[in-house]
Design a protein around this ligand. Structure first.
Ligand code: ZN
Length: 246
């Protein structure tokens, strides 16, 4: 690291302490590589069965231990995801929907109810994680369904615990149950480690994502017009839990 960058980072970290109630700012935004933000390469990961950005990993371990002490067994359904993995998810759904007779644009509108365009997933950062109740019995077949987390659903005790404690460990719901929110549908399973992801989002929003998306060669991309891309950036990337915005 160049000396001037080191001074800048250190100054930021120190200045950030009181503002973030004890969390330290992990990195100068200008030092976060585009490859990391778009899922091409991420050298901040730890873990084998699943991978997380290293500070997210430590915070998640603390939260899991606290939950376990209260009798809740937090289970990871999905953590870091690379660009290629996201591309496989996108392509699979695009194929399925268009083969069922949907137009390319209708298929893409359907995909982006729950899945991101490759290169735009918060899972690329290693700061975001899909969580369920590993102790629930019987375990539902398809675990990522909002109704499991409410009423008498199998994950409602987990949800109650997370509502009470997750934010104190730095984990915030991203796609909240707010009728006025646009973009991705409600995901009571998806949490983000704010002390790192807020910084990553700030850096991500400084990229020319529109040009990046226009250059993408993925199924359906030639049918993405300016209107589709602009709406996606506004609704799906930026219309999230306001607590996570830079
Ligand atoms: Zn997720």
């Amino acid at each position: 690291m160049k000396r001037i960058e080191f001074i800048k980072t250190t100054a930021l970290a120190t200045a950030g302490l009181p503002l973030l109630s004890g969390f330290r700012i992990p990195m100068d935004q200008d030092l976060i590589p585009k490859a990391l933000l778009m899922g091409y390469a991420n050298d901040q990961l730890v873990g084998t069965d699943y991978q997380l950005e290293h500070q997210t990993w430590s915070a998640f371990e603390k939260m899991s231990a606290a939950a376990a002490a209260d009798g809740i067994q937090i289970e990871v359904a999905s953590a870091f995801r690379s660009y290629d993995r996201q591309l496989a998810i996108w392509s699979g759904k695009y194929d399925r929907f268009t083969k069922a007779g949907m137009s390319p644009l209708a298929a893409m509108e359907k995909i982006i109810e729950y899945s991101t365009i490759p290169g735009t997933s918060r899972h690329h950062w290693g700061t975001d994680i899909d969580l369920i109740d590993g102790g629930a019995s019987p375990r539902p077949k398809s675990v990522l369904e909002p109704q499991h987390f409410h009423g008498k659903g199998p994950f409602c005790k987990f949800k109650e615990w997370m509502d009470a404690h997750a934010e104190s460990f730095g984990f915030f719901e991203v796609y909240t149950n707010n009728a006025k929110r646009k973009g991705f549908k409600y995901e009571p399973w998806h949490f983000s480690y704010k002390p790192v992801s807020q910084n990553y989002l700030a850096a991500y929003l400084k990229l020319d994502i529109k040009s990046e998306l226009e250059r993408l060669e993925i199924p359906g991309s030639k049918h993405m017009d300016v209107q589709f891309i602009e709406k996606y950036l506004q609704d799906n990337i930026s219309d999230i839990n306001p607590d996570l915005l830079p």
